[in-house]
Design a binder for this molecule. Structure first.
Ligand SMILES: [Fe+2]
Ligand SMILES: [Fe+2]
Length: 248
């Protein structure tokens, strides 16, 4: 994967980092909603780097719960608009979709494989790097580009749509699912239901440790069901070769 989006150095308006909320269109604007979550993520990544053991695991779960619905809503609501509005929207969105795909694959490995300390450290370092690059690409290139094309009312409408999808999106990695419509749109409902049930199992296990083994087995069954959903043909429709798991 390239480290930066093509033409990143090219001036595309002002980075979101250098604009205040009024300049970005007010609280409802998609630009303000994005920037707020990026700041939250940056603090969590700082926490991840200075913690270890069980405390670090808890930070990691908070990062997953923030990042996966956020990215899923970008892929289904924002990137199609960028592909329509920006002449190089196809290349720009493909690059951030590659970053999102790598995050899905890194987290799948972190959660599913038996890793020694060095391997885990390497995967976490890479996860932090990719997430920070993804934020910079969006705040410095894609979103200022969108700001130049849309009016403030349009940025607010897009903000409401993005927020609605974000609140009902899957909360876990799904590397087999297409990063683009229509596959991701078809997969959203069943995967969100299964992810939310797994999240409930985790909360319940935390509150009632004696039930934890039974709940872990329920969660495992739900994870297998999600894996089967991901492999259904239509869920992969729209995928580009560069973000397809089979091509890695
Ligand atoms: Fe974002
Ligand atoms: Fe993103």
């Amino acid at each position: 994967m390239n480290d930066h989006v093509d033409g990143r150095a090219e001036q595309r308006g002002t980075s979101l980092a250098d604009q205040d909320e009024a300049q970005l269109g007010g609280p409802a604007s998609v630009l303000v909603r994005q920037k707020r979550e990026h700041i939250k993520l940056s603090h969590l990544l700082d926490d991840l780097e200075r913690t270890s053991g069980a405390e670090q695991d808890r930070v990691l779960v908070r990062i997953y719960r923030l990042v996966f619905p956020h990215a899923f809503a970008e892929e289904s609501v924002l990137w199609p608009v960028i592909r329509r509005e920006l002449p190089d929207g196809e290349a720009l969105t493909l690059h951030v979709e590659e970053e999102h795909q790598e995050v899905n694959e890194l987290v799948t490995r972190l959660d599913g494989e038996t890793l020694d300390l060095t391997e885990r450290r390497e995967l976490l370092d890479r996860l932090v790097t990719v997430l920070r690059e993804d934020v910079r690409d969006e705040e410095d290139v894609l979103l200022p580009g969108l700001q130049q094309q849309l009016s403030v009312p349009q940025l607010r409408q897009l903000g409401v749509a993005w927020e609605l999808v974000r609140r009902t999106a899957p909360t876990r990695p799904h590397p087999m699912v297409s990063r683009r419509p229509p596959g991701n749109a078809l997969a959203a409902l069943p995967l969100t239901v299964l992810d939310n049930l797994r999240d409930l199992c985790e909360v319940a296990a935390h509150r009632a440790p004696r039930s934890a083994p039974a709940l872990a087995s329920v969660s495992h069954t739900l994870a297998r069901a999600a894996g089967r959903v991901e492999r259904i043909g239509p869920m992969r429709r729209g995928e580009r070769e560069l973000t397809s798991l089979q091509n890695r």
